[in-house]
Design a protein around this ligand. Sequence first.
Ligand code: THU
Length: 136
Amino acid sequence: MTSAELIKSGQERLIESATQAINSAYAPYSQFKVGAAVLTSTGEIFAGCNVENASYGLSMCAERNAIANAIIGSAQDTITIKAIAVANSHNVSCSPCGACRQVIWEFGQNAQVIFRGNQGWQTSTIKDLLPEGFSL
Ligand code: THU
């Protein structure tokens, strides 16, 4: 297997995990189910889904839930996000919202972000999606 094929199979595994997580989404208000999967620098994968609330503003995106699951589940004290994939039930273009971009930035300033763009699956860097991320 070439290194390009290895990278591709890694991305496909992450997309598969994000797609699987759609099935767990709780989205009775928007009907827009989202799944996300985080790949950490140690090779662990953690998934998350969106969880909505009758008080709409309390709803949480799939990406941030996946990151929280990675923080809880990882053997590492601090996680580093190598890549994150986002899938949705409508198979429409859907990149992480601004809040999620900032949270991805916190845990991986070199993270690859895999999402559905206008032309299908697309990979960007978090730096491209959030050029001036906030750090303290
Ligand atoms: N949502 C996500 O979980 N991730 C995204 O990247 C975009 C939007 C959720 C929030 C809400 O539950 C639903 O999708 C509709 O906005």
